[in-house]
Structures are given as structure tokens and as C-alpha cells.
Unconditional design. Structure first.
Length: 415
């Protein structure tokens, strides 16, 4: 074979081989439908899988991985193009959080307030109209205690109190943005009285009308503080409504000079009780004082309020003071006295600053003046103390803002 013929033969072979290779590379008409083993192709598998996927779309709030979430209103599960079939929310390492799926099965919310500084995980399942299920998981962390504030308030929801009881809120952190916080607190009364807030320092906000509350009215406190910035980097978390009732109008007037107390209801004297107020060396404060607590029996130790002897021990330590009712934060009470002679009541002021009433040891004798007053008094009643020779009690020493004029009171509002 000549060289030229040999070269043409090699070209022919190359073309044939090339044709085989080309045919192998382009023989995909059947390859899209079946693999080399005769099964479905990947595109068919993907198409079939897509047809089996639920059309339901689940959304969970807050966003997965978020922190500083609200403990009241952020947590929520919703679904479109389907209905929720199951939602489980758990605190990390804790029990499931109670919650409810709405009647139309489109939303779920927790039914209780969440805890601060807690990580929660939500697992949700939904189904579309063909019954195909969809699943979604999320995790978030609620606002930390360091970045949030709460207000402890008095009186309690559902309680009945006297006409002098203010709404008093004590915040657990200093508030620098008083206007924003006070704007998030609303106090109203069925009496129609104007009610104004007053700041005592940066952690206490009280509300009262110009005059005592109208008897038998209902007062509503609404806290809308969730998300309200109280200070730099510190936000409120409370969203709450509280209602309490005002009872009958009872104001008791103590005259330290005559040593008598007149109990008045709706301005009429219903009883007069002899008393013993603070001695000349330990005078009782003057002023309008609101009863904030009641104890059938309690311990009173002079050392806790600065009355100590040369050894540093309390000048008195009585473990079973009967029928004690608090008038101030600093330790002023009106209470029963069984250790003093009966002759002192109505005649001599002998106490360390409290107002004493004749009583019996054990608080079991209902015939005593101390027992009568205790049984006929509720928290929020006013004890108006006069003629003691001492200064007027500070308005923030207890719940005693009634010792400010209305102009002074309104001047302490941030609004």
C-alpha cells in the first residue's frame, strides 16, 4: 500500500470512529426518560417529588434565631394555602407552652405570657387541600432581664379598696424616658374623675384624682408597655389590664391632742375610739395616711426602725402585736396594744410614733376597739392624723400622695 492510500485508510477509520463517538454522545432521546437500568430519569424524579410537595406555606414569628423578642405578642404561627394541624412550642429544656389554633386553623398563638431571657423552639405542621403535609421549625430568644423593665403595681386586680388607695407602680429599673412610659399607662374611673400621674423619683409612678375616689366606683389600669423604651437599651414587656373597685367612703380622723379617733363614713361619724399616739419625744407624723397592709398579728422590733438601746438592741421587740395596719413605709402603724394600761387610751400619748388602740393579746377578743377597727377597715382607707406637733409625712413615705396639693401633684407628671 502506497503512503497516500495508507493515509486515506486512516482517515476513513478515524471518520468511522468519530461517527461512533458522535452517535454515542447524541443518543439522548431515550436517555431523558430512562437511565441505563431502565428506571426514571432525574428530571422525572424531581417532577414527581414536586407534585407530592404540600402547597401549604407556614410562617413562624419571630424570625428564626432572633433575640430580644417580646414576651407578649411576637410569637405566632400562620399558614397560607392550607390549615394548621399541629403546633408545639417548648422552652429550652422545659415543658410545652399552652397555645391555641384559631377556629379557621390559619393561626396559632401561645395563650400565656412567655418568660424573659428564655429560648423557645416551635415545630409546626400544616396540610393543604389534598392532605399533603408541610413542616416548619424555628427558634428564638425572648428579651433578657437586663434589657427589659417591669412595673409592680398596687392595688391587685379584682380587689376592693378604700377611697384613698392610689394606683402605684414601682419599676424594677430606673426610667429615663418618663414621657414614653407614662404614655403607656392609662388609669380611668367610672366616676369620670380626672386622674393624673406623678413621678416619685425615676422608679415610681402613682396615679390619683384631685379628691378621694368616689365610693362604689370602678377603676381600670391599662399597661401598654410592651416594646416601650424606658431607658437606653431597656424596653417594657407588660401588656395588661387591671380593674379594682372602690368601697364605701371611710376616713378616720385622729386628733393627737384630744387623743380620740373619729371614724367617718360619707362624712358622718359612726364611732369614736380613744387612742394613744406618739410621745412628746417620738411624735407621730401629721398628715393623711393610707392603710397599705393589714396583719392580724405581727412582730414589731424597734431596731428595724432606728429605736435601739445602748447595746444596739431594739428598745422594744413585741412578737405578737394585734390588729396592725401599716400607714407608712418607714414603720408607722395603727395597731392594737395589749401591754399598755387601759388608762392611757384617750389620756396619754406613749408610743414610739404609732397610733395605739386598746386590744387583747392573741387578737381573739372581738369586743376590743382594736379588733373593731381592724374588722371595719380595708386597705386604701384613710387615717388623717392631726395635732401631733410633728411635720407632715412625706408623700412618698407609703401611699401618701394626698399630702400634696393638686398643683404640686400635676407638676410631677411627665405628660
Amino acid at each position: 500500500m502506497t503512503d497516500s492510500k495508507r493515509r486515506r485508510g486512516l482517515v476513513a477509520v478515524s471518520a468511522l470512529v468519530g461517527g461512533v463517538l458522535l452517535l454515542s454522545a447524541c443518543s439522548g432521546d431515550d436517555g431523558d426518560k430512562k437511565d441505563s437500568g431502565g428506571g426514571e430519569s432525574q428530571s422525572q424524579v424531581d417532577e414527581a417529588a414536586a407534585k407530592k410537595t404540600s402547597a401549604a406555606k407556614i410562617a413562624i414569628a419571630p424570625k428564626n434565631g432572633s433575640d430580644n423578642a417580646s414576651i407578649n405578642k411576637d410569637a405566632k404561627v400562620t399558614v397560607s394555602e392550607g390549615t394548621l394541624t399541629n403546633v408545639v412550642m417548648k422552652a429550652e429544656g422545659g415543658a410545652a407552652v399552652a397555645g391555641e389554633i384559631s377556629a379557621d386553623k390559619k393561626t396559632w398563638k401561645p395563650s400565656a405570657q412567655l418568660e424573659r431571657a428564655t429560648t423557645y423552639k416551635i415545630t409546626a405542621t400544616a396540610a393543604d387541600s389534598d392532605g399533603r403535609k408541610a413542616h416548619e421549625n424555628s427558634s428564638f430568644t425572648t428579651v433578657s432581664k437586663a434589657n427589659s423593665f417591669i412595673g409592680s403595681f398596687t392595688p391587685e386586680d379584682g380587689s376592693t379598696v378604700g377611697v384613698g388607695m392610689p394606683v402605684s407602680i414601682n419599676f424594677d429599673k430606673p426610667i429615663t424616658n418618663r414621657k414614653a412610659v407614662q404614655s403607656g399607662v392609662k388609669v380611668t374611673s367610672t366616676s369620670g374623675q380626672e386622674i393624673v400621674g406623678h413621678w416619685f423619683g425615676n422608679q415610681r409612678l402613682d396615679f390619683r384624682p384631685q379628691d378621694y375616689w368616689k365610693g362604689n366606683s370602678t377603676v381600670t389600669l391599662k399597661l401598654a408597655l410592651d416594646g416601650v423604651q424606658g431607658a437606653d437599651g431597656v424596653y417594657g414587656v407588660q401588656q395588661k389590664t387591671v380593674q379594682f373597685k372602690i368601697g364605701r367612703n371611710q376616713v378616720s380622723v385622729v386628733d393627737a391632742k384630744t387623743k380620740q379617733m373619729k371614724i367617718m363614713r360619707d362624712g358622718k361619724v359612726v364611732k369614736t375610739i380613744p387612742i394613744s399616739a406618739g410621745s412628746p419625744d417620738n411624735k407621730t407624723y401629721n398628715g393623711k395616711m393610707v392603710i397599705s397592709e393589714k396583719f392580724k398579728e405581727t412582730r414589731m422590733n424597734g431596731a428595724t426602725v432606728g429605736f435601739t438601746d445602748s447595746d444596739g438592741k431594739g428598745e422594744y421587740d413585741i412578737k405578737d402585736v394585734p390588729h396592725a395596719m401599716r400607714l407608712s413605709s418607714s414603720g408607722t402603724f395603727i395597731h392594737g396594744n395589749y401591754w399598755g394600761s387601759k388608762s392611757i387610751f384617750g389620756n396619754v400619748n406613749t408610743s414610739h410614733g404609732c397610733i395605739g388602740l386598746e386590744d387583747a393579746k392573741g387578737a381573739g377578743d372581738k369586743s376590743t376597739p382594736g379588733s373593731w377597727f381592724f374588722e371595719n377597715t380595708i386597705t386604701g382607707d384613710v387615717v388623717d392624723v392631726r395635732n401631733t406637733g410633728d411635720k407632715t409625712i412625706a408623700p412618698d413615705n407609703g401611699l401618701n400622695g394626698w399630702n400634696m396639693s393638686w398643683a404640686q401633684w400635676k407638676a410631677g407628671s411627665a405628660l
